[in-house]
Design a protein around this ligand. Structure first.
Ligand SMILES: *[C@@H]1O[C@H](CO)[C@@H](O)[C@H](O)[C@H]1NC(C)=O
Length: 122
């Protein structure tokens, strides 16, 4: 009887651990370093504008959205990283070009590219 309960307890603990631990193990938390490739690829367009957003920029931005951002918190982090990068580019930032990047790439994000966007309220 006691051993049956012990087995039940152990399998419960295992199930709980799989449910709680698996997502933590499989999903890395996003950092600004993960945005480096996208920020680098998009920097030139954000400075100079142009007819089309570069393919490199869109490729990296899409990769970011599809493969690296896994949670609401990741969006908040990404928003802050993008905002910081844009602020650092001032006065060489082309505000119009910067704001066009997501729609220029056909990507929907929960924030608009603006230097004064409110990243904590997405
Ligand atoms: C800023 O970017 C927009 C959109 O690409 C472009 O039309 C405009 O000429 C650029 N302005 C400057 C000062 O580079």
């Amino acid at each position: 009887m006691a051993s049956t309960n012990a087995i039940k307890f152990n399998s419960m603990a295992l199930i709980i651990c799989i449910a709680l631990c698996a997502p933590i193990l499989s999903m890395a938390v996003l950092t600004c370093c993960d945005l480096k490739p996208a920020l680098t690829a998009c920097e030139s367009y954000a400075r100079h504008g142009g007819e089309c957003v570069s393919q490199d920029c869109c490729f990296e931005a899409l990769n970011l959205k599809n493969n690296l951002i896994n949670s609401h918190q990741d969006y908040v982090t990404a928003c802050h990283c993008i905002q910081d990068a844009a602020v650092k580019m001032i006065p060489n930032l082309n505000y119009t070009a910067f704001s066009i990047i997501p729609e220029g790439c056909g990507i929907r994000l929960p924030f608009n590219f603006r230097v004064d966007m409110n990243c904590d309220n997405l």
